[in-house]
Design a protein around this ligand. Sequence first.
Ligand SMILES: Nc1ncnc2c1ncn2[C@@H]1O[C@H](COP(=O)(O)OP(=O)(O)O)[C@@H](O)[C@H]1O
Ligand SMILES: [Mg+2]
Length: 259
Amino acid sequence: MTLLETQKLTRAYGGVVAVSEVDFEVEQGLITGLIGPNGAGKTTLFNNITGLDVPTSGTVQFKGKNITGKNAHTICRMGIARTFQNIRLFKELTVLENVMLGRHFKVGRSASTGRLATALKSFFSMEEEESIMREHALKWLSFFHLEHLVDELAKNLPYGHQRELEIARALATEPSLLFLDEPAAGMNPQETDALMKTIRKIRSLGITVVLIEHDMKLVMNICDTITVLNYGQNIAQGTPSQIKRNPLVVEAYLGKEDA
Ligand SMILES: Nc1ncnc2c1ncn2[C@@H]1O[C@H](COP(=O)(O)OP(=O)(O)O)[C@@H](O)[C@H]1O
Ligand SMILES: [Mg+2]
């Protein structure tokens, strides 16, 4: 079943067409890879799907609903989460607080009227909400075996753990679809291996994963299907073995990896 689909999605910045009439499909339950040279439009495509940017033209459908141009908060609430190419953590907050904020972003707060009774009620429901958030956050931190680091400041974590923390924060919004922008960037081989196992574990929870990645070992190992962008265009999609043998892809991207 198709979970998400773009149709002729285009994003132009003045004269630069970063994404050009891209049809991109995400099948529910699979790990989809999005690859291509630097500047191919991969992050722009993510941004235009997740509400950080608005397409110039074209559409995005999620679970059969048109979500084109909706804001990031709304899209998050509908069940789409993401991480960023450059880690975006609250470095001065603790590990636990970072993950709780992920959850908060999804749940939000209802406005209080300012009257005392309402304010008190809202205070106690906030307390309750906070303990639920804490539980959820701890659940995801133990998923990454980070529970012993809950009180550590995010900035003190080793790089690999910071990347995991960012994924934990995204998962705390309880998404059905997770976008990862270069999750292995800067990781050492052991960290990358651990990440590979984690992404498979995320899929086994029934969460659909789309990842941008340059580490071809990781991509070819864990992706069920791969889409290739080049100069903003979708030039190929298929299984890892089909993509490896596709002459257009070898010419545009994979060939250069060997050089
Ligand atoms: N906000 C922006 N303003 C102007 N140009 C942009 C902006 N964002 C991306 N671009 C351009 O769009 C193209 C695609 O960029 P990007 O999506 O980051 O590529 P990738 O993630 O595949 O490396 C690049 O040429 C980049 O310079
Ligand atoms: Mg990018």
